[in-house]
Structure formats: structure tokens, C-alpha cells
Write a protein that binds this ligand. Structure first.
Ligand code: FAD
Length: 482
């Protein structure tokens, strides 16, 4: 295939074949284009030779299929060499990037150029992509944590070789960043789909707040989760907190002593001007007092964190220090390895790139839940029963992706042996089914998992696929679109 790097080496093939659920899906080859021209050539050749292409940005889709394609024998197109930061606009607060740009690269660029802007980062390490995660509608930890909402425009290569842009990219000449453009807004069609290859994305960046402040709230009683969720909804609806808010059980926060964390610990960002932070603190204290009885509410700003750091380094080590530091990093847009360290129980995770680099297997279980007491209690009951039946420790976070919806991310970790993998698969299917039947639907699926759409909806998706990619070149069956 033209002049881009092609790999058929067995090591590379196996890197892209494995998934953390223990499954293997062998590709035929892996291509690494470094220009749009090369990418264009790959698509043309794939059509001619009837190849199936599956595109990844960095292929670190851990827990959702890693770098696997949607089927055996595919050509994986790894876009990590198309990694240019094309523009950062300080006034309009956006960045224009290629798909291979990682969170680490953009965060480093912003720091190096003394930018007034910050990136929203996920809990995945620095070398994971921005574009792949935004397209899968992942989420982060700041006011821009609902990442899909920060997509201003996409440039997309279609299977017929045409190159289109969303928003006002509908016109030949465009300098306007209004994401909705005019006419149908096509942006959503290229997210969680298989209709085209996104080769450029413009994303909104957040102006760095003048005063950093993190909110941490913990409750002693396990049964207070429903009240906590009602409280989160109030904070988000009334915009006292604009960041995503994460509620976690201690097992998901740290693998150290967890006594001080209570039954549930919540974190969010209330960073803004000093006056607004002061007003938000006062209001949040009042709301907590009204809604909760046994709880601990702490605000950590830069001055307080410096003090905590001093105590940790000079007086006595604090068990929670690394996790606190990592939560602050995430809220400031600095990628961190800490969540991966907690998840893997490893001190060093630098080497982890592909599924085979992990010492254990794991899977995410995710589901959306209305941000209300009755819904969350029902979901938790379902989940707890199944976790107990299979004797897995319940480790989960609930993230207020917006004011009305929480996203559950629970996981199971298990050793790499056939019995453990089989057990985890049975558990996963039971869990996913029970959640779905009770209308707690997944917000994102594993790359080779199906979505049981209603028939009419599925037909529309099929018609769209026929229109964009009649030869089924791109990731056939991704999200059950065919
Ligand atoms: C410890 C830990 C913490 C994590 N924390 C988070 C978190 O906070 N938030 C979160 O969302 N996820 C999180 N993850 C999950 C996952 O690791 C990230 O979502 C990661 O960013 C996905 O990998 P990637 O960026 O390399 O995407 P890729 O693997 O490159 O892409 C993902 C999928 O998107 C599609 N795609 C990619 N590129 C294109 C393109 N150019 N055009 C069209 N379609 C494309 C493909 O279907 C591809 O399979 C975490 C995982 C771990 C292990």
C-alpha cells in the first residue's frame, strides 16, 4: 500500500489483536499513515481490494476492546503518526488537532507556550488520544468534562474519497467556529459510528480559572448514596458546580487504607474567580447541611494543597496523598498515571500500551442512570446482587456527565486464565443484560459488542451506512451498524 509504514510482524499483529476481556481478534496488517494523502490512498486501495479497515487514534481503548478491530482479518489503520497540533487559538479558546495527538502532547504544548487555556483530560494516561476518546464520547473531570460537547468541528474522509467538514465547513471557505453551522448538524454522525474517518478535530479549550478549588465530600453511610445523588443533581442543575462530579466507592479511589474515605467519596471542581469560589463554597456548605447528616466536606485550593504536600513530605506520609494529587492534576488538565496504577496495583505503568502489557484482565461495565434517588437505588441493588453472586468486589464510579444523568463505570479485574475469563464473561453478560432490561443503558460499548436497537432505528442506521459506505469498508458492525 503506497508509501506509508505497513506492519505484518507477528508482534505488531498480536498487539492489535488482544483485548483486556481475554478475547483475540487477529488483524491482517497494521498501517501507520502519517499524512492525509497516505490515508486517502489507503481508503482508495481498500475499496479496490475489498479490504475492511478499522481506524484507531492510539488504540488504548482499554476495557472497551483496546486496539482490536470489529472483525478478524481487518486492516487496522493506526493514526498515531498523524499527530500535529495544527492551531491553538488563545482568544477563541480552541485547538485544531490531528487524530494522533495525545492528551500528553496537547497538555505539554499548552504548558510550553504559557497558554491561558487548559485541556480536559481523562483518567487514562498521557499517551492516550484526544480524538478517539472524544469520538467515543468519553468524559473527563473539568467544566468541559462532557467531552462530546466540546467538539467544534470535524474533518472527515468518507469511503468515496470525499473530504467533508462539519459546522460551517459546509462552505468552501470557513473561518467560523460555530459548531452547529447551518442545515443538519452532521457532527454526531461520526461519533460512535463507522461512517467515516475523522482526520482533524477542533475542540474547545477551557480558560484556566483564576482560582483553583476542588470540592471533596464523603459520607459515612452506604445508604446515603441516593441522597448524595439528589444533592449532585441540585448542585449541577443550579450550576453551583459546572464540572463533572465523580462519586466513587473507596475501592475505586485507592488501593491503600480507605477508612478515612467513608462509604462514598465525591469530587468536583468549583474553580473560578476568587469571589465566585467563595460564594460557591458557602452555598455548597448550606446545601450539604440541609441534605446530609454524617458527612465530611473539604475544599482544597492551591494553598491548602501546598500545606498537605508539606505535611506529606516533611512530617508524616499521608496514604491518600497520591490520589489527591492525581485528582487535582485531572482538574487542572494534567494527565496522570495514578488511576492506571490503582487499577493495576502497579507502581510503574509507563510500559503499558496494549492489552498484553497488562498483568491482569479487566472489563468495564457502564450504564446511564437518571440522577435521582429512586433510579440510583434500583441500579445499585441490581448491581450489588450480581457482584455478590459472582463474589467480585464492587468497584465503581458514578459521574454526573450532565445535570440529569449519571454514568456508572464499574469494573471487574481477574487473572489471565481460561476459567477466570469464562467466569468474567458470564458475569459481564448477566450484568449488562440486567442493566439493559431495567433501562440502564450503556453509554458506550466494547468494540465488538452489539447494541440491541429497536428495529426501525437499526434500519435507519443501516440506511445511513449504505449511503456513506456502501461497500462496508469501515469497521463493519461497529455498534451494530451495518
Ligand atoms: C485506568 C483507566 C482510566 C480511564 N479513564 C477514562 C476516563 O476518565 N474517561 C474515558 O472516557 N475513558 C477512560 N478510560 C478508557 C480508555 O482508556 C480511554 O477512553 C482512551 O482514551 C481510549 O483510547 P484511545 O484514546 O487510544 O482511542 P482509540 O482506541 O484510538 O479509539 C477508540 C475507538 O474510536 C474509534 N475511532 C478512533 N479514531 C477514529 C477516527 N479517526 N475516526 C473515526 N473513528 C475513530 C474507533 O472505533 C476506535 O476503536 C480509562 C481506562 C483506564 C484503563
Amino acid at each position: 500500500m503506497s508509501d506509508q509504514v505497513i506492519s505484518k510482524s507477528s508482534k505488531v499483529i498480536s498487539d492489535y489483536a488482544g483485548s483486556l476481556d481475554g478475547s483475540v481478534c487477529l488483524p491482517d496488517q497494521v498501517l501507520f499513515p502519517s499524512t492525509f494523502h497516505e490515508l486517502h490512498g489507503i481508503v482508495a486501495e481498500a475499496k479496490e481490494k475489498l479490504l475492511e479497515l478499522h481506524v484507531v487514534c492510539t488504540g488504548r481503548n482499554w476495557g472497551y476492546g483496546s486496539a482490536q478491530g470489529t472483525g478478524e482479518g481487518q486492516t487496522i489503520v493506526d493514526l498515531s503518526r498523524m499527530n500535529k497540533i495544527l492551531e491553538v487559538n488563545e482568544d477563541l479558546a480552541y485547538a485544531r488537532i490531528q487524530p494522533g495527538v495525545t492528551q500528553g502532547m496537547l497538555a505539554e504544548y499548552l504548558a510550553k507556550h504559557n497558554s491561558r487555556l487548559q485541556l480536559d483530560v481523562t483518567g487514562a494516561p498521557a499517551h492516550t488520544s484526544i480524538v478517539g476518546n472524544f469520538l467515543e464520547r468519553g468524559f473527563g473531570h473539568t467544566d468541559y468534562g462532557n467531552r462530546y460537547e466540546s467538539i467544534l468541528s470535524l474533518k472527515v474522509l468518507l469511503a468515496n474519497g470525499k473530504n467533508i467538514a462539519t459546522g460551517f465547513g459546509c462552505f468552501k471557505e470557513n473561518r467560523n467556529v460555530f459548531d452547529q453551522g447551518i442545515g443538519p448538524d452532521l457532527k454526531g454522525l461520526f461519533s460512535q459510528s463507522n461512517f467515516g474517518i475523522v482526520h482533524e478535530m477542533t475542540i474547545a479549550l477551557q480558560p484556566k480559572p483564576a482560582h483553583f478549588c476542588m470540592l471533596i465530600l464523603s459520607v459515612k453511610n452506604k445508604d446515603d448514596l441516593g441522597v448524595l445523588v439528589d444533592l449532585v443533581r441540585e448542585l449541577r442543575l443550579k450550576q453551583y458546580v459546572n464540572s463533572t462530579i465523580h462519586i466513587a466507592n473507596p475501592g475505586r479511589v485507592t488501593n491503600r487504607d480507605t477508612k478515612q474515605l467513608g462509604a462514598w467519596v465525591l469530587s468536583g471542581a468549583i474553580s473560578s474567580s476568587k469571589a465566585i469560589v467563595r460564594a460557591r463554597k458557602k452555598t455548597i456548605r448550606r446545601i450539604c447541611k440541609r441534605r446530609l447528616s454524617r458527612y465530611k466536606l473539604v475544599f482544597v485550593d492551591d494553598a491548602k494543597f501546598r500545606l498537605i504536600k508539606f505535611i506529606h513530605r516533611r512530617i508524616r506520609p499521608l496514604a491518600i496523598f497520591e490520589n489527591l494529587k492525581s485528582a487535582i492534576d485531572l482538574q487542572k488538565g494534567n494527565p496522570t498515571d495514578q488511576p492506571l496504577k490503582v487499577m493495576t496495583d502497579l507502581e510503574e505503568v509507563e510500559h503499558i500500551r496494549f492489552a498484553d502489557d497488562f498483568a491482569t484482565k479487566f472489563r468495564w461495565i457502564n450504564a446511564c442512570c437518571n440522577a435521582e434517588k429512586t433510579s440510583i437505588e434500583k441500579m445499585m441493588q441490581l448491581l450489588s446482587e450480581i457482584y455478590e453472586k459472582y463474589q467480585y468486589p464492587l468497584q465503581l464510579t458514578l459521574t454526573s456527565i450532565n445535570a440529569r444523568t449519571l454514568i456508572l463505570i464499574a469494573n471487574v479485574r481477574y487473572v489471565d486464565d481460561p476459567d477466570a475469563i469464562k467466569k468474567a464473561n458470564t458475569f459481564y453478560v448477566e450484568c449488562a443484560q440486567a442493566l439493559h432490561e431495567n433501562q440502564f443503558y450503556a453509554y458506550r460499548t466494547g468494540i465488538r459488542c452489539g447494541v440491541p436497537y429497536d428495529d426501525d432505528y437499526k434500519e435507519v442506521l443501516g440506511n445511513l451506512k449504505e449511503c456513506f459506505d456502501p461497500q462496508r469498508v469501515f469497521s463493519p458492525n461497529k455498534n451494530s451498524i451495518n
